[in-house]
Design a protein around this ligand. Structure first.
Ligand code: MN
Length: 713
């Protein structure tokens, strides 16, 4: 079992004069809150916290990370609170523990391999501070080392998750030794028999190869010495999972895995590395196509090295890696190696990749004097443009940040999007414009009665959702306009005593073409949109034929103002640019609940919802309408005032209306037998609040008994 002193010794090896009281305090606190808890192994729970912290010290991390390592399970498994941690150990430590706790609460149940990459990204995105991920990796490494105590079904699940998610992440961060160890441990538990058999075979072959390895090492060392280069040669067996993976992917037996032993030559400088490469190639014949220069083109995880494969003694293939001490450290410690070095150009900017942030980190590093400042400033601004959520089945979906349930619904299927009625996030109903957070589980509620809404376009984030919504609106508008256009035309034809159906059958295509439409339907749609008048179609039909007198339209008394408000201020659900007028029966104004009615031949009429007329009309021809932004538009409203019939009462009421900034369109006065004056007005107002104000100022007038809006019907 690791002891506190092992951790402190580890820290002092790379931070010689540091005050480690934070670590000691964290140790005491962790021991206190975990007291009495044991691991499945029977050891006290604290042993896990110590082991995790020790791994972090091996990674040469800063004190906050190591303290967080000691405390990483306190919030999840004990009565400790984040607030308490923050008060005792500072914000940094508390935030790292919080991040690790959040990661631990998500279980990556998904067995779907292709989801692994997204899941890895999600883990990265959730680890806003890179130290969160490093603590999580240390935690997982110790859990894997003690996995034998878990129950069988849990064992495989944890090992699988390690292989799919955490080992690759360790690789991404360039921490080679954690990656290899995690892979080997996962291999052991997922494929115990294969592991045992392969271990035996590999050990046997390594035993046979010992003399060979020594021969190669001596040869290289001697040759380098001849050229005046100092070096260190290491011959190390490949880790067992990488051998297993190679055999699997290439479908080859162990005998054909040539590079069981990787030779590594550690040089003093990059220049020496290239010289050493020349020497190796002069000793043994290189295999074409196997040379890789990761010194001038580092891998995205900052790995640098020269790789070559040669035909060595006894005609055996050997893989040789050549690099400097510093590169070797980076190869093992990855990102964790970075705050150990102030100098040294580790990374070139050319190798742009999806992990650009790694390069940025090294860029920052150059600007910082104290290497410890580096780790403190490493806030992982990675994938800040993305958000990752789960489906109820555990699949991971990637979205742009700010994505909503509508985006999710369209990502599943267009039909799901087109009927999206609501959503649940982590089991709770949320508004459709809710913006996802990482790791949430999203469930879409659909309904046959729900359809896309133009408003959705204001908050969806994916281009897929936007395109599908637009398409739906366009299709619906077309259908509505077609129906409306057909109605308008049929009516106009009837007025001219022409047979519309017969026209469509026999002359429709011809006339449509003459009016520059592709199809007769397009012509009707244009009529529905109000772009052409049905009378134009009739004129075209009669072109060349003797003129006939147009039947005269009856003049409407209120035409003056209905014309004015036509087309203005009303949005029809799914319709654009069509003839609209406001019902004269109920004169709706903005703020009123309204419904639209597709008339036969007169476009859409808008009524107040409680209008008696609309209730009598065919419900199938109703359309949803809403008020648009009505900046400068005014609407007629009918009001009735009862007052004691006295001189000047009309003037007083008129003044009150004008003071309320409304125009009077009509005014009518009558008297009742009991000497009351009834004043009926049609006034032009912007909306309900304005009308309400005017009515209350009229009510305040002397002698006014009653002032009210004339209710519909
Ligand atoms: Mn743990």
């Amino acid at each position: 079992m690791i002891r506190l002193n092992d951790i402190l010794d580890g820290i002092h090896s790379y931070l010689p004069d540091t005050d480690t009281s934070l670590i000691e305090k964290a140790y005491i606190y962790s021991a206190k809150v975990h007291a009495g808890q044991t691991r499945l192994s029977g050891e006290p729970y604290l042993s896990h916290c110590l082991a995790t912290a020790y791994i972090l010290a091996q990674l040469h991390l800063d004190l906050a990370s190591i303290a967080a390592g000691l405390l990483h399970d306190t919030v999840e498994d004990t009565l400790a609170s984040l607030k308490e941690l923050e008060d005792m150990f500072g914000k940094d430590v508390a935030q790292i523990v919080d991040g690790v706790t959040k990661l631990s609460r998500i279980s990556f149940e998904s067995q779907i391999q292709k989801q692994a990459e997204n899941t890895r990204k999600m883990v990265l995105a959730m680890s806003k501070d890179i130290r969160v991920l490093l603590v999580k990796l240390a935690d997982r490494l110790h859990n894997m080392r003690t996995l034998e105590y878990q129950k069988d079904n849990k064992k495989v699940k944890i090992a699988r998750e390690t292989l799919d998610i955490y080992a690759p992440l360790a690789g991404r961060l360039g921490i080679g030794w954690i990656k290899s160890e995690l892979e080997d441990l996962a291999f052991l538990h997922i494929y115990p028999e294969e592991h045992q058999r392969l271990r035996k075979e590999v050990d046997a072959r390594l035993g046979e190869a010992k003399a060979y390895v020594d021969e190669v090492k001596d040869l290289i060392a001697k040759k380098m010495d001849d050229f005046g280069l100092s070096c260190e040669v290491v011959g190390r067996p490949k880790h067992i999972y990488s051998i297993f993976r190679k055999m699997r992917t290439r479908k080859i037996p162990l005998e054909e895995v040539y590079d069981l032993i990787a030779f590594r030559i550690i040089m003093k400088s990059a220049k020496d590395c290239y010289e050493a490469l020349g020497i190796v190639h002069s000793l043994w014949k290189p295999i074409p196509g196997r040379f890789k220069d990761y010194i001038s083109l580092p891998k995205t995880n900052m790995y640098q090295s020269l790789h070559t494969t040669v035909i060595g003694p006894q005609g055996k293939r050997m893989e040789i890696q050549i690099r400097t001490e510093q590169m070797d450290l980076v190869a093992n410690q990855g990102i964790a190696a970075h705050w150990l070095y102030k100098e040294g150009k580790i990374v070139s900017k050319d190798n742009k990749h999806q992990f650009d942030w790694l390069f940025e980190l090294t860029e920052w590093q150059k600007e910082l004097d104290d290497p410890r400042e580096f780790i403190e400033s490493v806030k992982m601004d990675l994938f800040h443009n993305e958000v990752y959520v789960f489906s109820p089945k555990g699949e991971v979906y990637e979205f742009p940040r700010g994505a909503t349930p509508i985006d999710f619904a369209y990502a599943i299927h267009t039909e799901v999007g087109n009927h999206c009625a609501g959503a649940k996030v982590n089991g709770r109903i949320v508004p459709l414009k809710y913006q996802f957070n990482n790791g949430e589980t999203v469930e879409i509620i659909t309904s046959d009665k729900h359809f896309p809404n133009r408003d959705w376009l204001k908050f969806v984030k994916t281009s897929r959702a936007r395109a599908r919504i637009r398409q739906w609106i366009k299709n619906t508008e077309r259908q509505n306009s077609l129906a409306l256009g057909r109605d308008l035309c049929a009516r106009e034809f009837k007025r001219h005593r022409l047979d519309f159906n017969d026209f469509m059958k026999n002359k429709g295509a011809e006339i449509a073409e003459a009016l520059s439409f592709k199809t007769p339907d397009d012509m009707l749609i244009a009529a529905g949109y109000g772009k052409i008048a049905p009378s134009q179609i009739i004129r075209k039909l009669r072109a060349g034929q003797p003129e006939e007198q147009e039947p005269k339209e009856k003049e409407s008394k209120t035409k003056k103002f209905t014309e004015k408000v036509e087309q203005e201020g009303i949005l029809i659900h799914g319709l654009n640019d069509i003839l609209i007028h406001l019902g004269r029966c109920c004169t709706p104004i903005p703020g009123d609940e309204v419904v639209g009615y597709i008339t036969r031949g007169r476009g859409v009429t808008v009524h107040r919802e409680n209008c008696a007329n609309i209730k009598k009309l065919d419900p199938d021809r109703r359309v949803e309408v809403t008020w648009a932004n009505t900046d400068n538009t005014t609407y007629p409203a009918r009001i009735r005032v009862s007052a004691v019939d006295q001189k000047g009462i009309l003037a007083a009421v008129s003044n009150a209306i004008s003071a309320g900034e409304a125009n009077i369109l009509e005014a009518k006065v009558s008297t009742t037998p009991d000497y009351l004056a009834i004043l009926d007005f049609v006034v032009d107002v912007k909306d309900r609040p304005q009308l309400r104000k005017i009515l209350s100022s009229i009510r305040r007038l002397e002698n006014v008994k009653l002032a009210k809006r004339v209710s519909p019907g």
